[in-house]
Design a protein around this ligand. Structure first.
Ligand SMILES: [Zn+2]
Length: 246
């Protein structure tokens, strides 16, 4: 057991918790705790900590994370009375899908997320589709995601053929996930119900010159349309699933 608090670096006194937090940090709520952890990860990136130091720190933070459960309910259908259609994203869904996906998504609608900053990112879309309703849910997902990718770096590197060709894979991997706090991978595929997202843009498709390469700058969750008569059945069938064991 280290003698410093896992979250604030304060020297631990006799009141420390088994997960390595001081009394003060232990009293923080879940959202505050994950904000603190994101700050620690950002500081590691700023000081360019090497892989081993980052790995040890993430192992320490994982003990804190283990104190918090995350419950998900995967949304299966668009609910007319709860969701708004994202009108800017509709042309991207209708006109920009690969031919092989057109049939698959013909019944889907892009959903507008209620975000104050209008920066819909991948994690916000995932949090929405998984009904993760904690405050700043995307911060919690980001922290869990980064720590998982550091602790299980070997597994991810093995699966990623681009990284396999690089030398010094772990430092490269670390820069990739920590510097940019990347959001690429989340283990939602482990569930039987897949979720669907659309890479789109904040700009209307009609205003983009698609004859030259352009970068999608916005992620939008997709949900299939449902009949009003299905609403009652669906609401009584929602289930809570635990995150699978690591
Ligand atoms: Zn503390």
């Amino acid at each position: 057991m280290t003698s410093k608090c896992a979250l604030c670096d304060k020297q631990l006194d006799s009141n420390f918790r088994l997960d390595g937090r001081c009394e003060e940090c232990w009293r923080c709520n879940q959202a505050q705790t994950f904000v603190k952890m994101l700050e620690i990860i950002r500081n590691l990136a700023v000081k360019q900590a090497d892989f081993d130091e980052t790995y040890q720190r993430c192992r320490q933070l994982q003990l804190v994370i283990d104190s918090y459960s995350i419950y998900i309910t995967i949304l299966k259908q668009l609910k007319i009375r709860d969701h708004y259609i994202d009108k800017i994203a509709i042309p991207y869904l209708c006109d920009r899908l690969p031919k092989t996906d057109i049939k698959l998504y013909e019944n889907y609608c892009p959903i507008e997320l209620e975000t104050s900053d209008q920066n819909n990112n991948l994690l916000k879309s995932i949090a929405f589709l998984c009904s993760i309703n904690t405050v700043d849910n995307f911060i919690e997902l980001r922290v869990r995601n980064i720590i998982d990718m550091v602790i299980n770096a070997d597994t991810y590197i093995k699966k990623n053929s681009d990284l396999n060709e690089l030398q010094n894979m772990k430092p490269t991997w670390l820069r990739w996930i920590v510097d940019n706090a990347r959001e690429e991978i989340w283990k939602v595929n482990a569930y039987e119900t897949p979720i669907h997202i659309l890479w789109a843009s904040k700009t209307a498709l009609s205003c983009i010159d698609t004859s030259s390469p352009w970068l999608p700058d916005r992620v939008v969750p997709l949900l299939p349309l449902m009949q009003i008569t299905q609403l009652e059945n669906l609401e009584s069938n929602e289930m809570y699933l635990p995150i699978p064991g690591k």
